[in-house]
Design a protein around this ligand. Structure first.
Ligand code: SF4
Length: 322
């Protein structure tokens, strides 16, 4: 007996109920002439299949979900213990997470109630969902990997209770074989609460800065005793000629991509590159962006820049300065 035409796949959210992290993927192979459909069923993580920007596929060991593999250039996997957000600055204007979340915001879907549709497209409602079931996920991923924490929201959103953030940090501390990359635009709250966490070596902390008006986020990041502090200068909306890179261990630069993408000027990128070189800060050029980002690529002067930070040893007795 051989399998015939692949007839498609279907998703069934209802079998496991709302709030479950597992969904069922059903694949049917039709045996021609016999009128039979052989059904295969794989248990997958909802997050893996639906809810992460850049997610390409999932890895499997038997039927057990391993983690969410990301196509974001500077990480390997994503982990979303918090879902949902609200816009905070111009860099949020074309929030990819908001658009992705809206695609999966129907009844029973993971982002139900977290987005709405307005005249200008999907918008976060401002509601944030704490995914308690996801808190321990990284502990079950055996292979060490770089994990981007909260690609579908902001861990330091005002609606995320401090106790929950502490729990996220506790998981990161326990899952010491992974490296976690936490990125926020809410640097004020980060600086306010940073003393509540242990800051293990495997947690990198970063802030997003899209324009000069938000460079103070870098000063706030400097108060945080993370072993690696990094900047995501993306979507870069203007030149940043006077960056203070003191205490910064890594800089990622990228242009906006997707519908309505705002332009990135080559001079802005080159200028940040030179500042990173002068300060010995590893430089990662993610993309030129644009409506068709694959066409624009990620070469700068004919080559890619995929530099990564080295872990800095800090005084563990160091505390957050007020
Ligand atoms: S902070 Fe991040 S996730 Fe939240 S709206 Fe802005 S870009 Fe989107």
């Amino acid at each position: 007996m051989s399998f015939g035409t692949y007839s498609g796949s279907a998703l069934d959210w209802s079998r496991r109920g709302r709030g479950s992290e597992a969904a069922t993927r059903e694949t049917y192979a039709v045996i021609p002439g016999a009128g039979l459909a052989v059904q295969f069923r794989l248990v997958v993580d909802r997050e893996q299949m639906y809810s992460h920007p850049g997610t390409q596929d999932a890895r499997w060991r038997g039927s057990k979900a391993m983690s969410t593999i990301s196509s974001i250039e500077w990480t390997e996997a994503t982990w979303n213990p918090v879902r949902g957000c609200s816009r905070v600055s111009p860099g949020c204007e074309h929030c990819y997470a908001e658009r992705m979340a809206h695609r999966f915001s129907g009844p029973g879907a993971p982002y139900e109630g977290l987005t709405t549709i307005g005249k200008r497209g999907p918008r976060w409602t401002g509601r944030v969902q704490l995914v308690h079931d996801a808190l321990r996920e990284p502990l079950s991923w055996r292979r060490p990997r770089l994990v981007f924490v909260n690609s579908m929201g902001d861990l330091f959103h005002d609606s995320v209770p401090l106790e929950f953030i502490v729990s996220v940090f506790e998981t990161m501390r326990r899952a010491h074989w992974h490296t976690f990359q936490v990125l926020t635009k809410r640097a004020e709250r980060l600086a306010q609460v940073a003393a509540a966490f242990p800051w293990p070596e495997n947690v990198w902390m970063g802030v997003s800065v899209e324009s000069r008006a938000y460079q103070q986020r870098i000063d706030l990041l400097r108060r945080v005793p993370a072993h690696v502090r990094f900047l995501s200068l993306e979507p870069l909306l203007e030149g940043l000629p006077h960056l203070d890179l003191t205490g910064i261990d890594w800089a990622i630069v990228g242009g906006e991509s997707g519908p309505g993408a705002r332009p990135l000027e080559e001079q802005w990128v080159r200028d940040i590159f030179l500042q990173c070189r002068a300060a010995s800060v590893p430089f990662f050029f993610k993309q030129w962006g644009g409506v068709r980002k694959k066409e624009a690529g990620r070469l700068l002067d004919g080559r890619t820049y995929d530099e990564m930070p080295t872990v800095r040893v800090v005084d563990r007795s160091q505390r957050v300065s007020a």
